[in-house]
Design a protein around this ligand. Sequence first.
Ligand SMILES: *Cc1c(COP(=O)(O)O)cnc(C)c1O
Length: 670
Amino acid sequence: MALADPPSASIPDSASLGRSDPWTATDAAALYGLDRWGDPYFSVGARGHVMVQPRGDRGGSLDLVELVRELQGRDLSLPLLIRFDDILEDRLERLHGAFERAITQYGYDGRYQGVFPVKCNQQRHVVEQLVESGRRWHFGLEAGSKAELLIALSLLDDPDALLICNGYKDRRYIETAILARRLGRQPVVVIEQADEVERIIAASSALGGAPFIGIRAKLSARSTGRWGSSVGERAKFGLSIPDVLSTVERLREAGLLDDLRLLHFHVGSQINDIAVLKDALQEAGQIYAELTRLGAPMGFLDVGGGLGIDYDGSRTATAASTNYSLQNYANDVVATIRECCEPHGIRPPTLVSESGRALASHFSVLVFDVLGAGGHGEAVPPAAEGEALILRNLRDTHAAIAAIAAERTVDGQDAGERGVVERLQEAWNDALKFKEDALNAFRLGYLSLPERATAERLTWASCQAIARQLEGLAADTVIPQELQALPAALAGTYYANLSVFRSAPDTWAIDQLFPVLPIHRLDERPTRLGSFADLTCDSDGKIARFIDRGQVKPLLELHGLRPGEPYWIGLFLGGAYQEVMGNLHNLFGSTNAVHIRLAAGGAYRVEHVVRGNTNAEVLEAMEHDPDLLLERLRLASEQAIGRGDLAISDARRLMAHLRASLEQTTYLEA
Ligand SMILES: *Cc1c(COP(=O)(O)O)cnc(C)c1O
């Protein structure tokens, strides 16, 4: 077949594209899965716009399209990261609510006290918001490096909140934690490597005081999926059981066993299958009981991160989903630990979780614009005088397809769908044959380049015409594989004003799926299939994997672009990890970002504006001096003026463009 091979993965079932029954916002919500992964924060409004309910089901709603328009009015250009602080707060509330319910339900004689792993999103306003909103639960922070420790120490001023210190630790890190205890903070230094205990002992004796101490255990329970290797014998972090025992003995010898308060484990991010968590909890519960028996006061069991997000709304144990809810998770943690403690007569520990992804994914929405779309048109090129036979054949084929269409409109559905499919298949075979003939003729020198172009256009026009016919068929019509593949072959590339490497790096690095969909025109049937190509000069700079209820599809249902009208796409659930993992590939910098708060009466407040990197900033990040770069170009222009190659007015224009670019973000202007 002369057309590009259609992608091998599933193409959307014909129910989603085409079909003659009317299309409503409800259809769009179902097609893009918004009614599943979006609940309760995102939905489709009657005008076909994505609506945001920042406070979940507690009322209040914003029209995302209106919001973007008004933000643009404030000179905040796309791509734009919109952070809904109310959603962050709602997630925090849901997490605590789930644990509170589980604690009541299982009669657990202990508390839940969470921390936010700062590595998930270190942005100042995000961490500040979490600390502020979490105050009523003494919600704490988790740090994995010295810089994160600095953030946590300085922002967390609640003496009852936990400050979990993970990651590799040198002497200075440990001493900082010990001294911070004197500031009234509650740092827990978690021993992740066997040799850290000696540094803790040395620092404690030097400073005459110890930090609270935790131990991270390497569990044998294995997670599945991408982060499965975070546990198990060969995991990067954590102490093996023999190391746990020798660490306890060393702490006892050094008189520090009384400071051993916490057991920590982490089975990896995005746990897809709840069974994995249960195994880990049972194992950790037993280790906790043993540590108590060995004489450590303990008191805290930290179940780490891993609470997953249902990115595709399928509720399955597949990579982009989870087979459990937040409540299931809390129930399992509480019930399993209770079961471990009861027979030993041990006081149930305060339960700590380090849920990052589960808290921070929903609150930020990336909106980008489409700059244009490639693909194949359906226009039929005008016939030339004395056209070659091959071209006339193609033209006749296209006319035959048009005739099938015309008959169907006259006869209604009476012609019989089977007959129609057969005739379309026949026409398509003809088109392919004639296209092949045209290519051969071109190779042999019988067809000119413009004639070959006409042949290709006619073939694509036939392809479009057939695809359109298929759309109108009854839902139960059997369509041959070859014809089913036509919409995918016609798929267009939508050019996106963003850098995937900057704004959604995990789509590239680890094939992560995020829900992506147009944020408007959702009351209009999508008639095209497409994928996105970004601004970078890198063929990996694309979004070509989309959620599909537990599966992945290579093409997304989209709308045809309308001249002079923007087409805005939202990437959802990307609030965790994407910003900091994003890089400067091709020197595309951070995008503009805003923090939005719902206000009374359906209004909103723009709480913070975080301007995206300017070109000058990204140049400086690579050690270039923007002034020096400009000066060199000024000298080059002077020389060109001297040679008579450049008019003074053009030189001025050139310098003005360069200066303006330095002040602007790295993305294209609308
Ligand atoms: C990354 C990490 C987390 C956060 O994991 P999520 O899956 O985002 O909840 C928690 N604890 C540790 C030790 C981590 O390394």
